[in-house]
Design a protein around this ligand. Structure first.
Ligand SMILES: [Zn+2]
Length: 72
């Protein structure tokens, strides 16, 4: 069957459903299937879900043992 990669719309990045290229009342073409998913994506940005997690370097492990005060 004629399955053109450009013919089929890209799936919604939020829910994965095939976003409808033509929607009634669609103001602007968006990769989201619905306005709700668009809000979800926006919320992720606001909450910083897209922000890369800062990986803190491993703290230097203090070597124990070795020094010991004698006497006393
Ligand atoms: Zn969606």
């Amino acid at each position: 069957m004629p399955d053109h990669p450009a013919a089929r719309p890209a799936p919604c990045p939020i829910c994965g459903r095939p976003a409808s290229p033509r929607r009634v009342g669609a103001r602007s073409p968006s990769p989201f299937c619905s306005d709700r998913c668009r809000q979800v994506d926006l919320g992720r940005w606001l909450t910083g879900a897209y922000a890369l997690p800062l990986e803190e370097p491993p703290a230097p492990v203090a070597e124990e043992g070795g020094e010991g005060e004698k006497g006393g």
